[in-house]
Unconditional design. Structure first.
Length: 326
């Protein structure tokens, strides 16, 4: 039985699955320099031992799923950072680091996820900043297929699509990830707006001020997805976003929020304590979240708190009476 089969079985029987916390922010907290264009992606090449130690700490904290440090690895951003020739290697080494940590530290079944994000599309779009909606579809297909297949070949158990926040690239990212045949979790990030180098909270609009979460989900949801997560969002917006997701998606849903603010290329940690995080996480599970973890600014102590404090089984969700999927 493979790690992805075990994970699928656990989701099907209603287990609460604990995801890890932030990787890039945790690397920064441990003194790894962040790159302006490639953020935490270069750490896979220069600090693989520290990347492994972050994964080990999340495993020790009780994560069922750990995420390889591939979120920020985009071919274009690596080229801009002067490492374009090491794009494949960086992805492979990120997966190797997560698998090595699992081999060394896991005392129970742990799945290794590969992250594929909006970075791929954003780095393409950056060249055409005057109109962010103009994206070359062939390039998007190539970019998403390439990274998804590198990660699959390197041995991840599932793929996490992260910050898939635009219909301009999202459907392609979803389709390319599904082509691998691996379980795919879709991650959307409501409640902020990118303003120059800062990501600013913006609760008046759900996604970058360009499209509502409802409309975005209508573009992205495919029955082949295994789960849909609200991620990299502030804790005050995830509850309303979760409600929107469970009205549109009858499969497993999850929440892995952030704590703090990003000013490129640095994460400023927030004040959320592990105890307060557990209190919020209990509410999300009560509202149907079956996957809970953290994104930027959420640390091993937070994951430990939810591992120890959350129920093992998700309660039946009140929104999920209807068997129909939109
Ligand atoms: Zn994040």
């Amino acid at each position: 039985v493979t790690a992805s089969e075990t994970l699928t079985e656990r989701l099907n029987r209603g287990d609460v699955i604990v995801l890890d916390g932030g990787i890039g922010s945790e690397l920064e907290a441990r003194g790894i320099p962040m790159n302006y264009v490639a953020w935490c992606g270069l750490a896979n090449l220069e600090h693989q031992d520290i990347v492994e130690s972050v994964h080990e700490d999340y495993i020790a904290a009780g994560a069922d799923v750990i995420t390889a440090n591939t979120f920020a690895i985009g071919r274009k951003s690596f080229e801009a950072a002067g490492c374009g020739d090491r794009f494949v290697e960086a992805n492979q080494r990120a997966v190797q680091a997560a698998r090595a940590a699992r081999d060394r530290a896991a005392e129970r079944e742990v799945a290794v996820a590969g992250a594929v994000s909006g970075v791929t599309a954003r780095s393409l779009a950056a060249a055409k900043r005057e109109d962010r909606t103009i994206l070359d579809e062939d390039a998007l297909w190539r970019g998403y297929r390439e990274q998804a297949s590198i990660l699959a070949d390197a041995g991840v158990d599932l793929l996490l699509l992260e910050m898939i926040n635009s219909p301009a690239f999202g459907p392609i990212a979803v389709a390319a990830a599904l082509e691998t045949g691996l379980p795919v979790w879709l991650g959307v990030s409501p409640g902020f707006r990118v303003n120059g180098d800062r990501a600013e909270p913006d609760h008046t609009t759900m996604i970058h001020g360009e499209i509502s979460l409802e409309s975005l989900l209508d573009e992205l949801l495919r029955p082949e997805l295994q789960a849909v997560n609200v991620m990299h969002a502030t804790t005050d917006v995830v509850e309303s976003a979760l409600e929107i997701v469970v009205h549109r998606w009858n499969g497993p849903v999850g929440v892995y929020p952030e704590s703090g603010t990003y000013t490129r290329p640095h994460w400023e940690f927030g004040e959320l304590s592990p105890e307060a995080f557990l209190g919020l996480a209990r509410g999300w599970v009560d509202r149907g979240a079956q996957i809970v973890g953290g994104c930027c600014g959420i640390r091993p102590a937070h994951i430990r708190a939810i591992r120890d404090g959350l129920p093992n089984l998700a309660p039946q969700d009140p929104f999920k009476h209807s068997p129909s999927r939109r």
